[in-house]
Write a protein that binds this ligand. Structure first.
Ligand code: HEC
Ligand code: HEC
Ligand code: HEC
Ligand code: HEC
Length: 389
């Protein structure tokens, strides 16, 4: 009896070592856990980081060095060049520097001609011409970037946004999305596209295209009905809302490389008073993304070539992942944008020089809507620390 017991006990630790070794092979070194500074002790808002994965992310998300500052000359580019609709008020030297930076950020080196990437967007015989669609797209992109830096500071400050945030040296950013029509029903039976794993939703079998639902359209993001209501009451939050919300939330978590509790207190997902300030940033982000796609990318549908579009002919659009690329702050919060003043001011509303009479720039879109009172009682931490427990 004694020996048997002994033998059993010996086998257990051995098995444990075996399993530990196996796990080490897949996941080591072990993840580290830190409690978020804003969360009250014991409420479960911890960050889990695997140092090995983090090191890889750091390697993949390095901001390039900023170009040397331009010698300031008080001559507006718009008084020299013919067709400036958004950068006309920038000093001529800063303008030239900004063009060089844009070429570095967007055009792969193997497409440069005579040591320069300008030809990707320009007809070198007539720099003012808008003949290449790439230049027209780039102009809308400049407006989108300025808009983010000027009017969406609640989301992007102090890090800021440049073309590099999304593009990373490529004409089309790596993480973009188009509407996913799903599979057509087969004659052999019901497909319904249910229970399919989808990368967008972090390999869950939730609704597979939350981005069309929540970024193009504005479906209700909620799980918890505000009050107890009867079924079919218009305020009822149904299963479809709940599934869609989880799908979107999984996409958001994956895009930022964080767990749900980066933003939520996992015992009460809906309550803003128990959520972190990051959730408020996320709230602005959802609105910013919707607006950017609607105002700056979808209007380009007719000029973007078919090869760059999705199966339904819609252009590639931005989501959280386009900027974040797996990191909670894009490029680990490197403040590149502050070195590019041309991207930090509202678009010039009219060309500075009347020269070639180009079409007037569109007026800036209406101001960003304020956060509705119903939600951030941004007391997040204060509220939690003040003794919700
Ligand atoms: C990714 C596209 C893109 C690249 C690459 C690019 N540009 Fe531009 N360029 C633009 C856009 C867009 C405008 C118009 C800006 C506006 O409307 O205010 C412009 C305007 C200009 C103009 C003004 C022409 C005029 O008379 O109206 C000059 C000069 C210029 N770029 C030079 C350059 C040089 C030099 C390079 C290479 C170092 C370069 N650009 C690379 C997009 C680009
Ligand atoms: C928030 C992300 C984001 C930022 C910031 C951004 N872009 Fe883009 N850009 C996109 C997306 C998404 C597309 C794909 C649009 C499509 O073709 O459907 C794109 C496409 C382009 C294209 C077309 C490339 C081609 O070959 O078809 C150009 C040129 C471009 N961007 C220039 C710029 C410039 C210049 C800036 C900075 C002033 C900039 N972008 C900033 C997301 C971004
Ligand atoms: C980057 C911050 C962020 C992360 C990470 C995040 N969420 Fe959210 N979540 C939000 C925001 C913002 C809203 C409110 C959206 C709105 O109203 O526009 C929300 C809403 C929700 C709601 C709806 C609450 C209600 O009102 O009924 C649920 C449920 C939810 N999230 C669950 C999750 C889950 C589960 C995860 C992890 C898979 C997660 N969230 C990750 C920011 C986040
Ligand atoms: C145009 C680029 C861009 C897009 C698109 C974008 N973000 Fe961000 N986001 C940023 C920048 C830049 C920061 C860093 C702000 C700072 O310095 O604190 C940031 C920060 C955040 C933070 C704060 C992280 C922290 O740990 O403090 C959250 C949360 C966040 N973003 C959520 C989102 C969500 C959710 C989406 C999609 C709905 C999204 N973002 C889309 C640029 C972007």
């Amino acid at each position: 009896m004694r020996t048997m017991l002994f033998a059993k006990h010996k086998a257990l630790p051995l098995a444990a070592v075996g399993i530990a070794l196996l796990m080490a092979g897949c996941e080591g070194p072990p993840p580290q856990s830190t409690q978020y500074p804003y969360s009250y002790r014991g409420v479960g808002q911890n960050a889990f980081v695997n140092p090995r994965i983090l090191a890889k992310l750091h390697e993949a998300n390095v901001a390039p060095e900023s170009l040397a500052p331009a010698v300031p000359i008080p001559v507006a580019a718009g008084s020299v060049y013919q067709n400036l609709q958004v950068l006309g008020d920038v000093s001529i030297t800063e303008f030239t520097r900004q063009m060089s930076a844009i070429a570095e950020w967007i055009v792969p080196k193997d497409q440069w001609v005579n040591g320069q990437g300008c030809v990707y967007c320009h007809d070198l015989n007539n720099m003012a011409a808008d003949t290449k669609y790439q230049k027209v797209v780039a102009r809308s992109m400049i407006k989108m970037t300025k808009r983010a830096n000027v009017d969406w500071q609640a989301h992007v400050a102090p890090t800021g946004v440049t073309c590099y945030t999304c593009h990373r040296g490529q004409p089309i950013p790596k993480y973009v999305w188009t509407t996913n029509p799903g599979e057509k029903p087969h004659t052999s039976g019901y497909v319904g596209n249910q229970n399919r794993l989808s990368a967008v939703t972090a390999y869950t079998s939730l609704p597979f295209d939350p981005l069309t639902t929540y970024f193009d359209k504005e479906a209700v993001i909620a799980l918890t009905p505000p009050t107890a209501v009867a079924p079919f009451h218009p305020k009822t939050v149904n299963t479809k809302n709940a599934e869609g919300t989880y799908a979107l939330m999984n996409y958001i978590s994956r895009s930022l490389g964080v767990g749900c509790n980066h933003c939520h207190n996992s015992r009460q997902f809906a309550d803003w008073a128990q959520s972190s300030p990051q959730r408020v940033k996320g709230w602005y982000a959802i609105r910013m993304v919707r607006e950017a796609n609607k105002n700056f990318i979808l209007p380009l549908t007719d000029i973007i070539p078919a090869v760059n579009k999705g199966p339904l002919g819609d252009p590639k659009r931005i989501g959280c992942e386009t900027c974040h690329q797996g990191v909670n702050k894009p490029l680990f919060g490197a403040e590149m944008a502050k070195d590019y003043p041309a991207l930090l001011t509202p678009p010039a509303t009219a060309p500075a020089a009347p020269a070639a009479a180009p079409a007037a720039a569109e007026p800036a879109p209406a101001q960003v809507e304020a956060v509705p009172a119903s939600e951030p009682k941004v007391t997040g931490l204060a509220g939690t620390a003040a003794g919700v427990m």
